[in-house]
Design a binder for this molecule. Sequence first.
Ligand code: LLP
Length: 411
Amino acid sequence: MNLIKYRGNDLYFENVSVKKIAKKNITPFYLYSFEQLEYNFNFFHKSFKSINPLICFAVKSNTNLFFLKKLKKLGSGADVVSIGELQLALKAGINAQKIVFSGVGKTKEELSYAVSKKILLINTESENEINEIIKIARSKKKIVTIGIRLNPNISAKTNKKISTGKKSDKFGISLDRCFKILKKNSNNKNIKIEGLSVHIGSQIKELAPFKKTLDVINKFLLKLKNEGITISYLDLGGGMGIPYSALETEFDLKKYANLVHAFNKNHKCKIIFEPGRYMSANTALLVSKVTYVKEIQDRNFVILDAAMNDLMRPALYGAKHDILPIQKDKKKFNRKIEFVGPICESTDKFITYNNYPRLKEGGYVCFTNVGAYGRSLSSNYNVRPLAAEIAINKKSYTIIRPRQKLKDLIK
Ligand code: LLP
């Protein structure tokens, strides 16, 4: 489903003209479709129906409270990586028993808080962290259920900067070590190791790395079975990729579901997924205004009021987000154009096009697929306030997080 469409020359998101909203709000701002979010969640849920997994949305990809409240209503749990994300998920009303906590560097304070909230699983990433949890559990006289994140030593064939499953990566615990930890702690009075988790990377478009991961886990679970150790929860992480342009293929979720279904026939674990991007990326646009069109010898720079601080992905990973004009001019620029931001850094640039419809200074454009790691990765670099978040609401809209006030930044 694609809710972004031109009607004549005007861009609509759901049934609302983007220009109408742009004219009434300070740009840049993020514009969300909760209808798209609902579709994404239900599609994911339906695709994995035969497995009936617990879907724990990766909060790091989108931290808007209303976004999380909507997901909660749809039945989602949460994957969190800090005490802040955990508090946010709880504030959105997500049941603690649907929350998993990942991350290599959880502090004592974070672990203690997670224990006190009785979340479903703390997915541990080192033996030191497990020992810390044992101490906390002992002092609180509690039994804490935890998971162990495996490092399956698999290359996810994605951007190197977002790959997490190789043995040289800081994430997870090797299979050998994990096996020893499980044996050593099988009768521990303070912790129960009930889960295994993996997450091999993000924006993965091929099935092969996921298949390899399942093969590794399959062997590992059989080895554990021989020792009389069983695992209740298998958390397969997130990582499913999305097409960032019309030319890219879609990730085949149904084929992945078939693989997991076949795998789990032997193991009968409760499956958990932690999708971030797949759920949230296409739910938002970043709307921006053209400040200047600057001509140089071989191209025009279209200088926007959105910058790398508002959308970090191009500067950080070389990611390409398509930019659409909000009103399509029939005439084209007859030369190359490059969209850039106003920040004094060469990496503050977004994307280059040939044959782009002409744009005027003061006109609007929008970046697509920015609902994941868009607003959540943005910063105050250059003392720039964080952009507002606005959600379409039938024929109108609601501000779901106001733009930061400059006066709050210069206090
Ligand atoms: N679970 C764990 C343990 C993770 O570390 C991540 C993402 C996810 C789930 C969700 O992954 P997803 O389904 O969104 O691929 N900022 C980068 C992406 C970094 C992902 C980090 N971990 C980007 O903008 O591409």
